[in-house]
Write a protein that binds this ligand. Structure first.
Ligand SMILES: NC(=O)c1ccc[n+]([C@@H]2O[C@H](COP(=O)([O-])OP(=O)(O)OC[C@H]3O[C@@H](n4cnc5c(N)ncnc54)[C@H](OP(=O)(O)O)[C@@H]3O)[C@@H](O)[C@H]2O)c1
Length: 345
């Protein structure tokens, strides 16, 4: 069957044996493109967004939502073009976003899909800058960290979807930004192209010492935790009085099958919370969807991008069939920017 008649679907075909799903737990199936009915919309997928939380939908037990059943299409945020419409609210050519997952075509009844603002320069930005990466960073900076000019703001995965936004919005707020990222190329880019003050290479042997050195200069006021692990351990003794921590994610923990060995740091952590009056909040972007803050965020982000104040950096994976490897790549640090999959033009 030629393009246009085949619907390729990436399904979850087995449960991962390790903590992080590897690409081989998925397989590609083919079926005919579904036939459109009354009040339905046929969508051609153009982009998929890859986010670390998707790994939780592949495991047997998931912390936030139920897992995808074996044999079912892998879920995930999507962008597509309406190729046929029998629905009054949508017309052929409309660009829409939704959560229909890893497949070439999707038949919608018009619910849970949304037209994309035509002023957004690239439709794939709704998966990153305008998605949970950008909004998560916006919530962290404004609501939990309440970043003030001159404060020290640190964060890991600095070139990832969330980190690149934390750093750029933090810079706009006048913070001194100290990011961590995997490899010298990422760190060079973060400083030279995105304007972060410092970016430390987590793969370098002296990473911990360099963190202690940078954090020791003026302490740490704000910490957006994306990876946890070593950035946290170096920041812990260096938090300033009334420092704020937004726990966004724990990349360093997701891949572990058991708790790490080593000294129990619980009392040391609580001691710092007590002495430094630390505020620690868990952040889940979904909690804020549809709120007035979400509307304000969409306006601000559009203005920042159109005005050249925020530069979204994307890591484009080509081809639906490569989505599984792209997802695995997040846990190996292979993405150089917000990871998105180009499925079709
Ligand atoms: N709470 C929320 O609503 C929310 C919203 C968005 C994101 N998040 C969380 O924020 C974190 C980053 O998400 P993202 O979308 O921005 O992903 P991403 O950064 O685009 O990709 C993940 C990055 O994490 C780093 N990483 C992978 N394994 C690591 C390890 N063992 N130790 C340290 N770093 C590791 C890698 O970067 P380097 O190799 O460059 O270090 C990798 O590129 C995730 O934990 C995610 O769940 C949460």
């Amino acid at each position: 069957m030629k393009e246009g008649t085949v619907n390729r679907r990436v399904i979850v075909s087995e449960r991962p044996r390790y903590a992080i799903p590897t690409a081989n737990v998925f397989s590609v199936t083919e079926s005919p493109v579904p036939k459109i009915g009354d009040r339905q919309v046929l969508i051609r997928t153009t982009w998929l967004g890859l986010d670390p939380y998707l790994y939780g939908r592949v495991k047997r037990v998931s912390s936030q939502s139920s897992p995808v059943q074996l044999g079912q299409v892998m879920v995930g945020p999507t962008v597509g073009r309406v190729v046929a419409s029998h629905h009054p609210a949508f017309a052929e050519g409309d660009l829409v976003q939704g959560f229909w997952g890893w497949q070439d075509y999707f038949l919608s009844d018009g619910s849970r899909i949304m037209k994309i603002d035509p002023e957004i320069p690239r439709p794939s930005y709704v998966l990153g800058a305008f998605g949970i990466s950008g909004f998560g960073a916006y919530i962290a900076i404004n609501e939990y960290l309440r970043v003030q000019p001159g404060e020290v703001l640190t964060f890991g995965a600095a070139l990832g979807g969330l980190g690149q936004m934390i750093g750029q919005i933090g810079k706009m707020r006048g913070a001194h930004t100290i990011g961590g990222a995997g490899g010298p190329e990422k760190c060079k880019f973060a400083v030279e192209e995105l304007g972060f003050d410092v970016c430390l290479d987590r793969r370098a042997e002296d990473f911990h010492d360099r963190c202690l050195e940078e954090f020791g200069r003026a302490g740490v006021d704000c910490y957006a935790m994306a990876a946890g692990g070593r950035v946290f351990r170096a920041a812990l003794p260096n938090f300033n009085l009334n420092a704020r921590i937004a726990v966004c994610g724990l990349m360093a923990f997701y891949g572990m099958v058991t708790l790490p060995s080593g000294p129990d740091m619980t009392m040391a952590v609580f001691n710092e919370i007590n002495l430094k009056r630390l505020s620690i909040n868990g952040l889940v972007t979904m909690d804020w969807m549809g709120t007035p803050l979400h509307d304000q965020f969409k306006k601000d982000m559009k203005e920042w991008i159109l005005g050249g104040k925020i530069r979204p950096v994307e890591h484009v994976v080509d081809g639906l069939e490569n989505a599984p490897d792209g997802l695995q790549g997040l846990f190996e640090g292979r993405n150089f920017g917000k990871a998105v999959v180009r499925v079709a033009d």
